[in-house]
Design a protein around this ligand. Structure first.
Ligand SMILES: C[S@@+](CC[C@H](N)C(=O)[O-])C[C@H]1O[C@@H](n2cnc3c(N)ncnc32)[C@H](O)[C@@H]1O
Length: 251
């Protein structure tokens, strides 16, 4: 694994937050199906889970090997593996604390493994994965194009890659994904659905950040990372300076 400073900072950041909030099963911006319809549903867990359902369903295989890059705390893996006994799962992440939470969340299910890895160097044999997926992690990767190439190496011909993350609208990864060897089966802009989730959960996200008891000087960064209303991360999505996009790709 590279020991670049971005990777180390990312590890420290997610480990520190995981130690203070181990009960959160998901750590993403969430998804709302009908962003224009008023709703008083403020269920953060449900919206985060809905993001996973949206990206993964319909799941392309019922048996075989699945690799998740940036598995976080394992909430998504647990959801995926329910009622799919013939899937083998490998969860990869930079954060040891996240991997530990994923391991515990999946126990005692057989055929599940977690490992520390950077998205740019996947510890998976060529062509070994039937499906590789990654949700709200690729925006963090130091060299996203290297990840696309690694994903294409790891997924078998005819296999699938399901990818959701944030990109600037002028730098959507269609071309690098295609040159890595993926065919874009579907590309969906889900920015409005994600912004609606952030809008509804903003107060809760702010309360969560305040409960972490991290040094005050980190608060603006943390609030923005959590997508709280009025922060740069929220504004970038709300104004379209960043897009949240879901790709279904085939090798
Ligand atoms: C916003 S969280 C999303 C976690 C999970 N997918 C979810 O939605 O709950 C981003 C995750 O990506 C991981 N991550 C960041 N950079 C990474 C990298 N270069 N390689 C692998 N994982 C990385 C972080 O440790 C973190 O668990």
């Amino acid at each position: 694994m590279s020991d670049g400073s971005l990777i180390e900072s990312m590890q420290r950041f997610y480990n520190a937050i995981a130690r203070r909030s181990p009960d959160l099963a998901f750590i993403n911006y969430g998804f709302v199906d009908h962003p224009d319809e008023p709703s008083d549903d403020l269920d953060l867990f449900r919206m985060c889970r809905r993001l996973y359902e949206t990206v993964l369903e319909p799941f392309p295989v019922t048996a075989g090997t699945v690799v998740e890059v940036g598995c976080g705390r394992g909430g998504g893996a647990r959801l995926l593996l329910e009622n799919k006994p013939d899937l083998r799962y490998v969860g990869l992440d930079l954060s040891a604390e996240h991997l530990d939470l994923t391991r515990r969340r999946l126990e005692p299910r057989p055929s599940t493994h977690v490992a520390m890895a950077d998205a740019g160097i996947l510890p998976i044999a060529t062509g070994a994965a039937d499906v590789l997926y990654s949700i709200e992690a690729a925006q963090h990767f130091e060299e996203p194009e290297r990840f696309y190439r690694e994903a294409a190496r790891v997924v078998r011909p005819g296999g699938w890659c399901l990818l959701a993350a944030l990109w600037p609208p002028t730098r959507l990864p269609d071309a690098p994904l295609a040159s890595a060897g993926f065919h874009i089966v579907d590309r969906r802009d889900i920015t409005a659905n994600v912004v609606a989730s952030l809008e509804r959960t903003s107060d809760l996200r702010q309360e969560l950040i305040d409960s972490l008891d991290l040094p005050e000087r980190f608060r603006p960064l943390l609030l923005s990372w959590a997508g709280v209303r009025g922060t740069p991360s929220y504004d970038n999505l709300a104004t379209g300076a960043m897009k949240y996009v879901h790709y279904r790709l085939q090798r």
